[in-house]
Design a protein around this ligand. Sequence first.
Ligand SMILES: Nc1nc2c(ncn2[C@@H]2O[C@H](COP(=O)(O)OP(=O)(O)OP(=O)(O)O)[C@@H](O)[C@H]2O)c(=O)[nH]1
Ligand SMILES: [Mg+2]
Length: 362
Amino acid sequence: MSKNNKISALSEKDGVNKPEILSSQVAKHIQAFRKKEILATELIEKIIAGDKVALSRAITLIESTNNNHLEKANAVINGCLPFANKSVRIGITGVPGVGKSTFIEAFGKHLTGLGKKVAVLAIDPSSTLSHGSILGDKTRMEELVKDENAFIRPSASGESLGGVARKTREAIILCEACGFDTIIIETVGVGQSETAVHSMVDFFLLLKIAGAGDELQGIKRGIMEMADAVVINKADGDNIQKAKMAKVEFNRALHFFPPKSSGWQPKVTTCSAVTTDGIAAVYDLILEYISHTTTSGYFDAKREEQNQYWMLETINEQLKNSFYNHPEIIKQLELVKQQVLNHEISPFSGAQLLLEAFKKKT
Ligand SMILES: Nc1nc2c(ncn2[C@@H]2O[C@H](COP(=O)(O)OP(=O)(O)OP(=O)(O)O)[C@@H](O)[C@H]2O)c(=O)[nH]1
Ligand SMILES: [Mg+2]
C-alpha cells in the first residue's frame, strides 16, 4: 500500500451514514450535555493545577443566580472538595476606616514573602448597594493584586447575607483546591456579617484603632468575645503611645470574658499597616494559635462543627427561599400580614396558615 493510500483510523469509511434514530434534536442535547460535563471537569482540572482564571470563572459560576448553573457549580465544588481543606482561614473585621484593606495588603505581602499563597475574599453586605466597595479596596491592595501568589476577589452580591455567606464559604473550598494555603475573609464589623465570617474561619482577628471608644468604633461586645486576637492598627507616628495604652486596656478587658472553648487566651497586639511594624508578629501569633489548637484537636473539631453548621444553614436558607418565592405565599403573605395587623388573627395562626398553604402546594 502506498503511503498516500493509508487510511487513518480516525477517518470515517465512505457510505456509513449516521443512524436515523439519532434525531438532530437528540444529537444537540447530547452535545450540550457533553459540553457542560467537559466544562465542569475542565474547570476542576485547571483549578487544581493552580489556574487563577479558572478559579475566577468557577466563583462566578457559584455566584450565579441562574438555576442552570447550580448543577455545574455543585459539580465543580464537589470535584474540588478532596483537594481543599489544607489551609489556614483567617477572618478580619473592623469598622470602616480602621485600615482593613491596608492591613491585608501589608499582611498578605508578608505572607507571600514567606512563600505562602494568599486568597482574599470579602463579605460586605453593603456592597450590594454600593456595588462593591472592594473595587476601591483593590486599589488599596495595589501590590497584592499584582502578586502572582495572591488572589483577590470582591464580595459576592446577593439578596441575603445567608446567600452571600454560603457563596463565600464555597469560594473558600475552590481557593484551597487552587493551592491557596492562607484564606483571608474580610468583613465590615457593623452588621451580622462578622458572625457569618466567624463561623467559616479558624482564626478571627478584630482590627481596632487607639483613641476611639467602643461606642465610637461601633463594635459590639459579641464581636470582642469572638476575637482570637485584637490588633490595634495605626500604631505609628504620634499614635504609638496611644496604641500601647490601648493594648493594656484591651488586655484587661479581654480577661473579663469567659474562657474560650479553644483554651486559647485572646491576644492583643499593635501594628502599623503603613510602616508594616508589627505585621510579622501578627502572623506569628496566628501560627501560635494554630499550633495550640492543632495539638489539642480543637482545630479539626471546629472545622467539623462548621461543616455541620453550614449544611444546616444551607437547608434553612433554601427552605426559606422556596417558601418566600412560592407563588401561593407571594399571593397570600400581604393579606395575612394585614389580618395580623388588624388583630383578626394571631401572629402564630397567621404563620400556621401560610405554612399550611405552602405545604399543600408543594
Ligand atoms: N497612619 C496610618 N494610617 C493607616 C494605617 N492603616 C490604614 N491607614 C489609613 O486609614 C484609611 C482607611 O484605610 P482602609 O485600609 O481603607 O480602611 P478599611 O478598614 O479597609 O475601610 P473600609 O473599606 O471603608 O471598611 C486610609 O487612608 C489608610 O491610608 C496605618 O497603619 N497607619
Ligand atoms: Mg476596605
